[in-house]
Ligand binder design. Sequence first.
Ligand SMILES: Cc1ncc(COP(=O)(O)O)c(C=O)c1O
Length: 390
Amino acid sequence: MRIPVFLLDEWLNQYHFSPNPPEFDLASSTGPHWTTREMLGLLSAEERERFLDTELVYADAAGAAGLRAAIAEMQGVGAEEVQVLTGAAEALLILFLLAAEPGANVLLPAPQFPPTAVLPSLFGLETRFYQLRREDGFRIDPDEIKRLADDRTKMLVVNSPHNPTGATLSDEELRELHDFAAGRGIQFVSDEVYHPIYHGRETNTAARLPHATVVGSFSKSLSASGLRVGWVVERDRPRLRQYTNARQYLTISNTPLGEALALVALRHRETIFARAQKVATNNLNLLERFFAGHVGQLDWVRPGGGMTAFPWLRDGGDAREFCRAVAERGVLLVPGDCYDMPEHFRLGFGVAEKGFAEGLEIIAGHLQTRRGVAAGVTATAVSTSGAAHE
Ligand SMILES: Cc1ncc(COP(=O)(O)O)c(C=O)c1O
């Protein structure tokens, strides 16, 4: 089996873990970083002692009972309807693995978090894509999704707030798609790793819908990607048992340290969500001004939720070169070819609690140079063509 290169993580890892990483991270798709010390600082002395007594053994394959109960309480479901996993990444892996059967197809967004498309095709599933088009404000169109379905459709995946565009579905659209899928016996998967970070209209979790499989994570809105903890809400018991069984083969369990810290994060989720929302809101305000000041060179759609935007170069240029040049100046972005859309770039605005404005200034400096170079090329071309006519 040949696994395609994971361009997104290859790009991020190459810069994040280099000896000289760019000073300003405007690439990551997470919330502001938390240290272990800060997280433990949220605990009482007694709770800290209990944490230090965590045994370094395998955890329950379903997830620690206390953590499942806390996730269930947040999601408004029963603890027995929650499976804890190694990030939403393992959730997607297991969901597609279990959906795989000859001739079956899955409906997916394009663009998308790359494993959402690569994993099902590795497992032999036909992948059918509904498009989030910039000319439609990256709207997710329920009618387009419905037209793609047939009697071999096994799964419909929605991701709202969406990575990388920040598009969101309304409550009504989420329900409409859920009802459509349920009515046809299609598994409805709602990847909600950016919930509840919104920048306008808010959407309720799909966990309220009886047939939804909900994928959640501590990595994005809960701002602790290093815990590597995610979860699935599933009311279909035979399916849930299959998830537990599958993960016993794959990762066995999470580390109990990660699960213990995840429980701390959940107990203090209002503090963590508030910090992530504040950083994202402040930075989004800066972005609005930034894009208004660069309408000639850049365009964007303001995200309705989440912590990423997906702007593009108006001249249709390849954003990889642009991102490389900007990284040399000290600002990390993500080139859109990681999402098969080379004139775009991804900009993460949830991670930088400080320095976001400085990062934008540096990008503005590069845009100015780029404009100067383009003007120079045009001037040379005009004078050269002039010479040819003489
Ligand atoms: C939409 C989406 N789903 C799932 C994941 C995987 O998240 P985790 O860190 O929980 O594995 C990501 C990570 O970027 C994502 O953007």
